[in-house]
Structure formats: structure tokens, C-alpha cells
Design a protein around this ligand. Sequence first.
Ligand code: 8YV
Length: 336
Amino acid sequence: MNAPPSTPAGTAAQAPAEILSVTRPSPLLEPQLRAAFTLHDRLHESDPAAFAAVAPRIRGIAASGESKVSAELIASLPALEVISVMGVGYDGIDVAAARARGVMVTHTPDVLNDDVADLALALMLATARQIPLADHHVRSGQWAAAGPLPLARKMSGARLGIVGMGRIGQAIAQRAAAFNMAIAYTARSAKPGLPWRYLPSAQALAAESDFLVLITPGGAGTRHLVNAQVLAALGGSSAERGILVNVARGSVVDEAALIDALERGVIAGAGLDVFADEPRVPERLRALPQVVLAPHIGSATRATRQAMADLAQANLAAHFSGQTPPTPVPECRGHG
Ligand code: 8YV
């Protein structure tokens, strides 16, 4: 979808709005941005002097779910009106600073629910059934040389705890139901109308879970929600230790405590798509065979990234044609 620059019929053509990309733009979004706007691609990082010259004209920011947009950057852009995040998570954006300036923040919810839920199930299975090790066992010739792999962990019928019961959490629960898993969740409050059991804290949930899946928003409110105590509780009194899967944000887990728990066998394994300091992943974590690692690919399919790019562009196009963007972040709803 290519949104045309906003020029009401019968009026003189206006110069396209100037947009700052704070991340390397997705190849699915960049052509749309260039067709509709004047795009300054990471100019604040690559050429601060040139950035200072154009900063007063920048009216929009294009960001990704991992981008940082600080109060300082917002303050340096006096004409800023809108920040469009290509991602559902926006914990790197200082939304309070944006709102204080009347700047609209938008994101791309829903279109990625299926992919992130699919990846959560894939990491649960890959970790429990040691798929990367099994693949290596065959490729390396170990199967013929050393015989079968050690036995793995059964997933069907196990207890699943989900931390965060938004739209993606519900998509994960629906998939897990097909594996006959006993599903419970924690969230800020119980969600009326859902068939799954609510527990009031991550620690209480961990104590009743074989698999603990994290899909809660990042940011200050959930920082290190999964700490040493929660990891120690995982699996409860079961003879088998639990498995942690994180498809949320690296900040939700105390990564040092996680590495310690894995090294000491406090938990059985982990499937991780997100990390504390991406793309840097600690060597100690990378050395552990009971861990399955992915480079933040929750939404990384062609179909979903296309839908996300189109929605990120539609949010900018709507704003600059004087309409309310389709998907403002909750804090900006009703402020369009
Ligand atoms: C992407 C994400 O990494 O949606 C999010 O919050 O973390 C991911 O989908 C990213 O935002 C793609 O631009």
C-alpha cells in the first residue's frame, strides 16, 4: 500500500512531510516512506551536524519495536507530531514525553499475533524435544557413531503458565489447548470470560507450571519480573524442572539470574527470542546446550512484516491527512 502525500484536491501541492527513521527501516516499509515523505535515514546518528539543520522540520519518526526514542530526542524535534512504531511493543518510546508535547504514538498490534504465538509454541517444542541438538546429532554423524540422543521432555499434557494474557497470550493458549496442556496465566488482573485459571503472581504461576511462557509488554513495570525466586519456583514439586520461554522482551527476565539457574540446573532449559542487550547475547548463555536461541524473529515472516509495514505507513498517512491513525497506542487513544 502506498499512501500518497496528503494534498487536498484543488489546493497547491505541499512539500512532503519530513520523517526521521531512528532504525534501519524494513525493506518493506522504506519504499513506502520514500514515496510519501522526505526520509532522513538515521541522520541523528550518522551526521549530527546535518541532523541539527533539519531537526526543526521533522514532523514524524519511523521506529521499530526495538527502537529507543528518548525524551531528549523528542525535545530536539520542535515540529514533531507523530511517532509510528512498526511493532506491537513500544517500551523504548518515552510515551509520557510524547504525550506531554501532544505527539501521537502509533504501533502495529494484532497483525503479528499468529506469528509470535507460533514461535512461542515452536520454542516450547524445540526446547523440550531438543530439536537443535537432534539436528546436530544427525548432521555431525554422531547418530551412527554414538547412538541415540538422551531422552527428551514430553510437552503434550504438561502444565503451561502464560505471563501476560493480551491478544498474543490468548493465541498461545489456544494453540497449547490443542496439545492438551493445562493452562493458567497471570496478568495485572484476571480477564473475565477466559476459560483459563488466573494466578496473582509470576511466582505463584511458576510453581504450578512445567512451561512458563512470557508475553507481557516490556518497560519499567515488568523489568526483571522473572527473577531468581520465580526461576526457583518453576516446576513446583514436579520431579522434572521447568522450561522458560521468552517471546516478550529481554528486560522481563533477570538474565544473570537466568544464566545462573540454567548452569545450576534450577530450571531444565529455556527457549529465548529476546535478550537484555540485543544483538549481544552473553557467551555463557550461548554455551548452554539446553537453551534454544533465536534472533528476535517473533514477527519475522514475509506476510506479517508486510502487514506491519503497511499499518505503520497507514498510521503516518492518516495522521498527515488530518485523520485519526488506525492504531494509536492505548495511552494516545482519544487524543488524535
Ligand atoms: C519486531 C517486536 O522485532 O512487534 C514487536 O514489538 O518486537 C517485533 O515484532 C520489530 O518491531 C520489527 O520492526
